[in-house]
Design a protein around this ligand. Structure first.
Ligand SMILES: C[S@@+](CC[C@H](N)C(=O)[O-])C[C@H]1O[C@@H](n2cnc3c(N)ncnc32)[C@H](O)[C@@H]1O
Length: 290
């Protein structure tokens, strides 16, 4: 497979430019994650973790691997989260994860799928690294949301909310039809265990009038009951990796070059016993991009 183009956030001001004024969305997403995430486990990986906005939700895990393609985002995450020994920062690509097969209890992607041109390839990678019956908690941008349906019906938008194919509304920014994501998850070997409809009140006027915690609480009450209709702009899913039972390996990382050797971790170094390559954490970040 030729590597798909990546939406690279290197050097971006995502935290400082995007998040101010979005306290409601942040709080609503946290409510959804608290419902869907298994509370504890041996290893969790968040892929496309950005500046580590959600990392405080992973306290019940022995090891937490924060993966992002952009080193600068991981640098901000490390600054925010400090030197917590449970955390490992890894620069890597979701299409080619340097993570060992079946090693993770839980994988998370929030606000990441909408940057992926090749969703099936990314889902196959997430499935590969999850333990049998491991949980994948994902979020995607829903093209068939109420606002888009109304805009389309009133002739204000030409984007077709009911068509199954992903809609690229800006370069490397995609909205997805719920049926498309469900289908791709099943094809990749997942069983959908729970879905939540999130961020119903993402409207400027409402956000100005109602305090963010109140709006988020209302959203939290709706997330489960409104899930069957999926009319919100953001959908969260917990999906279970179905695969043959096998022991969970101790090693968390895999050589990105030979894709076979599990990497040996010692003294802030990772080493591949097969090809002999070594990686040192630079400013606390392993760069396993190739
Ligand atoms: C919109 S941000 C979301 C960050 C974080 N999940 C959050 O919700 O705050 C998307 C992140 O995905 C990362 N990303 C995009 N494509 C990626 C890829 N192919 N592999 C790994 N990370 C990727 C970007 O670098 C960016 O940090």
């Amino acid at each position: 497979m030729t590597q798909p183009v990546i939406c690279d956030y290197e050097g971006s001001r995502y935290r400082d430019d995007f998040w101010p004024g979005r306290e409601y969305e942040d709080a609503a997403e946290r409510i959804a994650l608290r419902h869907l995430l298994p509370t504890q486990g041996r290893a969790l990986v968040e892929i496309g973790a950005g500046f580590g906005r959600l990392a405080d939700l992973y306290r019940g895990y022995d090891r937490v691997v924060l993966v992002d393609y952009a080193r600068s985002q991981l640098g901000q995450a490390r600054e925010r989260l400090g030197n917590d020994q449970r955390l490992v920062y890894v620069a890597a690509d979701i299409y080619r994860l340097p993570l060992a097969d079946s090693a993770y209890d839980t994988a998370v992607t929030v606000r990441v799928l909408h940057h992926l041109k090749e969703v099936p390839s990314a889902l196959a990678e997430v499935h590969r690294i999850l333990a049998p019956q491991g949980t994948y908690v994902l979020e995607y941008a829903n093209k068939r949301n109420l606002k888009e349906i109304l805009r389309y019906m009133l002739g204000r938008s030409r984007k077709r909310p009911f068509s199954l194919e992903p809609s690229e509304f800006a370069p490397l920014n995609f909205n997805f039809h719920p049926a498309y994501i469900d289908q791709q998850l099943r094809r990749a070997g997942f069983r959908i265990s729970k879905e939540l409809a999130v961020s119903h009140f993402r409207l400027g006027l409402l956000k100005r009038l109602v305090p963010a915690p109140t709006l988020a609480r209302l959203d939290g009450w709706l997330q489960g009951p409104a899930a069957p209709w999926k009319l919100s702009p953001s959908i969260f899913i917990a999906a279970i990796a179905e695969k043959l039972a096998r022991p969970q390996p101790d090693a968390l990382f895999q050589c990105p070059f030979d894709r076979r050797g599990t990497l040996i971790e010692a003294n802030n170094r990772l080493r591949c016993p097969i090809c002999g390559r070594e990686w040192t954490a630079q400013e606390g970040i392993y760069d396993l991009r190739i």
